[in-house]
Design a protein around this ligand. Structure first.
Ligand code: ADP
Ligand code: MG
Length: 729
């Protein structure tokens, strides 16, 4: 029987870069061709309809059914010109990824024939049979109705033959069953709360928009090698595999040229993204071999989230054309860097000011400091919640490991801003000087722009870092829907801004001048949020001890981290901001715990199966070969010479036996642990049991398998090894 591994290696090695026919047009000429964006709306909608749709998009004004009908039929005409025959409501269930159910445009015409039809009602709302999507018990399966409802703020788009309409997904009783619903709410409440605070500085501000620029990391491996690894197919990560002798030590991948097959994939993907209005701007190699990154120009948060979800699915499709598989898992390979999705986050006013960027004058700088300090407070108060927002079974492999992010959410501010905050807090005279709106060398607030010119200090060990004109939330996992992290952050910030406003208003009511009041509360916040600021090495053990002392959440076990959604402070925050109700929070946690359990359960099953019916047989076969040779040696040599000649083989035979024994024993124990855990009713307790009693076996079993990989004849080993998975292009 041919060794599948060698076949896969040969196939992968023989692959050439796909010739990619770059379009002859400039990107700016075809950008957004498949999106029903403002340009296309202008062409296909009447002036009046356009005006009403734009009011809905820009100001959240409701759309009446007449207008919806006109939009629907224009959308259909536009989509059919691009070859669409179907439409779907595209939504984000609580599992990661997106969901869609396609329906054809066809309808009876009432005279025995067929027509293409798409009504305002079909655009606005659908009732997918939602019983297969997780709801955490909100929706009993006998009333399996969930609604999807059109989100006009994210434009419809065409993928192949289907018009996709971004929608929210809610239960029959109105609870959110998705990520988009609470994300949109968090965006709205943040707009309101931030606008009110901005108005201390500029009465003209009417809206504040949250921006997100994600950086998507991923691995690419050849599909033949992927298909020869059942663990990758079923879990998206390698559950076994010894380190390659060379991995990322030299960091030569990061600075090296992009391999030609990968470059062709990237160009192809960028092209597809631009057609769909995803503004991909940067592409590069990452630190680990086989690892890469895409980053777009930042956009409004809701749109950016949709674009990231769309990117993840487009990536998978385009990769197939190039005979690659994209791995979005946070840690597909042990011992080398995992993948994250840094979420760059900032707030901007409708008057064109980035609130996270130092301004041109003292007033703008006080506003900047106010928003920075409120962010610090939000992260300080809700650091456990923010961690819950990025936690999952898969991201757990990055969290707590010696790579960003550590499992403690702290903020890196950099030396310059830290010094300014310290001075504002401690120097009694500064308030006087700072409030004078004239330039002078002694004004610390006026110094900020200059200081920032060469602010290059970057701390890669921080999960939440200020990077000059935005905060970078680095703890988000590569496979995650970034809405989860963004809605936690937006909501935490909203709650904090509401508190800030309340306190400032009280001071103003007691007779203080506005600027003085703002200043007083800012100062108090600087003091109160000190514990969350940390510029040192986030990986060090000293930091963990120090963080604990400062009262930051240091939990590393996912099922317990998720408890933060239900803490008193979180429930209060979500109620105050009206982003999620208590019922929703509890239901969503049920889903998260269940997801956690299922992921671990699948990994445990796959590893158990592979260990028993793959690894042990291969190792036993090799052991047999060694025994055969020993037998022959014995036939030729004297008994006491055998040891001299074949001593090494004897010890390998024994060591194979020891590893096989250990694997068998631990697989049995793991199966028992699973059986016991499966009987537990409560999703939380079950997830904890899986975390504490099943997960440890994954590592222990792997240890013995990886040892066998080193011993067993390379010719006999049937699973592609790390050196092949990671280095073949
Ligand atoms: P890095 O050094 O981390 O790669 P970049 O400057 O290349 O940083 O930016 C990374 C991401 O940050 C990009 O997606 C970019 O669009 C986004 N970004 C830049 N400015 C902002 C901002 N003001 N708000 C939100 N995201 C931003
Ligand atoms: Mg970055």
């Amino acid at each position: 029987m041919p060794n599948l591994r060698f076949k896969a290696v040969a196939e992968a090695a023989a692959r050439k870069a796909l010739e990619f026919d770059a379009p002859s047009k400039k990107a700016s000429e075809y950008f957004g061709k498949y999106v029903f964006d403002r340009n296309n709306m202008r062409k296909y909608l009447s002036k009046d309809t356009l005006k009403q749709v734009l009011a809905a998009i820009d100001r959240g004004e409701p759309l009446n059914s007449d207008v919806a009908g006109q939009v629907a039929s224009a959308m259909r005409v536009w989509a059919m010109e691009l070859g669409a025959t179907h439409y779907t409501h595209w939504f984000h269930p609580l599992t990661d990824g997106t969901a869609e159910k396609h329906e054809a445009f066809i309808d009876f015409d009432g005279h025995g024939g067929m027509i293409e039809n798409f009504s305002g009602k079909l655009l606005s709302q659908q009732e997918p049979d939602a019983s297969s999507f997780p709801s955490g018990g909100i929706r009993n399966t006998f009333e399996a109705r969930g609604y999807t409802a059109w989100d006009p703020s994210s434009p419809a788009f065409v993928v192949k033959d289907t018009l996709c309409i971004p929608t929210i997904f809610i239960s029959y009783t109105g609870e959110a069953l998705d990520y988009k619903t609470p994300l949109l709410k968090s965006i709205n409440v943040l707009d309101k709360a931030a606008t009110e605070v901005c108005r201390y500085f500029d009465r003209n501000v009417k809206h504040v928009t949250g921006y997100l620029g994600w950086e998507q990391e991923y691995f690419l491996i050849d599909e033949a090698l992927y298909f020869a690894r059942p663990d990758l197919i079923l879990t998206e990560r390698t559950l076994m595999g010894h380190d390659s002798a060379k991995n990322q030590q030299l960091e030569d991948h990061y600075f090296g040229a992009i391999p030609s097959r990968v470059a062709a994939f990237m160009r192809d993907l960028e092209n597809e993204c631009w057609l769909l209005s995803i503004p991909i701007k940067a592409r590069h190699n990452e630190v680990a071999p086989g690892q890469f990154e895409f980053a777009p120009i930042f956009e409004e948060c809701n749109l950016a989230v949709d674009h990231n979800l769309l990117l993840m699915s487009v990536m998978k499709k385009v990769a197939e054309r190039h005979h690659f598989k994209v791995l979005l898992h946070e840690k597909p390979f042990k011992g080398i860097n995992g993948s994250g999705k840094h979420c760059n986050w900032s707030l901007g006013t409708d008057t064109g000011v980035n609130l996270m960027s130092p301004g041109k004058n003292t007033k703008e700088n006080l506003q900047f400091i106010t928003f920075v300090v409120n962010t610090l407070m939000a992260v300080h108060k809700h650091n456990a919640l923010l961690k819950a927002g990025i936690s999952s079974a898969t991201n757990a492999h990055r969290l707590g490991g010696n790579e960003a992010p550590p499992a403690i959410i702290s903020v890196f501010m950099g030396t310059q801003i830290s010094a300014i905050l310290d001075e504002l807090e401690s120097n009694e005279e500064i308030r006087e000087i700072a409030m004078q709106d004239k330039t002078g060398t002694r004004l610390p607030l006026n110094h900020i722009p200059e200081l920032f010119v060469d602010n290059t200090d970057r701390n890669r060990t921080s999960p939440f870092a200020f990077t000059g004109n935005k905060f970078e939330f680095r703890a988000v996992g590569s496979s995650a829907n970034c809405a989860s992290a963004m809605l936690a952050l937006n909501t935490a910030m909203t709650g904090q801004l509401m508190d800030f406003k309340k306190e400032t208003d009280e001071l103003i009511a007691s007779g203080m001048k506005t600027a003085d009041a703002v200043f007083a509360v800012v100062r108090k916040c600087i003091r109160a949020s000190k514990a969350v600021c940390f510029d040192g090495n986030g990986y060090s053990e000293e930091w963990r001890i120090e963080a604990e002392r400062r009262g930051l959440n240091c939990e590393t076990r996912v099922p317990y981290i998720l408890d933060a959604y239900l803490s008193e402070s979180s429930e209060e925050l979500f109620a105050k901001t009206k982003v999620l109700t208590k019922v929703e929070l509890h239901a969503r946690n049920e889903v998260k715990w269940e997801q956690y359990t299922k992921k671990v359960q699948i990994e445990a099953r796959v590893l158990g199966d592979l260990a028993m019916n793959h690894i042990i047989p291969v190792a036993t076969r090799y052991q047999g070969v060694l025994l055969d040779s020993l037998y022959k040696i014995q036939a030729v040599y004297d008994r006491d010479e055998v040891k001299r000649i074949a001593g090494q083989n004897l010890s390998i035979i024994e060591s194979i036996a020891e590893h096989i024994d250990a694997i068998k024993l631990q697989v049995d124990e793991m199966v028992d642990a699973r059986k016991i855990s499966n009987k537990i009713e409560s999703e939380r307790e079950k997830a904890i049991a899986y975390c504490e009693n099943v997960v440890p076996f994954l590592e222990e079993i792997r240890y013995h398998i990886d040892k066998l990989e080193l011993i067993v004849d390379n010719e006999m080993w049937t699973l592609p090894k790390y050196r092949e998975l990671l280095f073949i292009r």
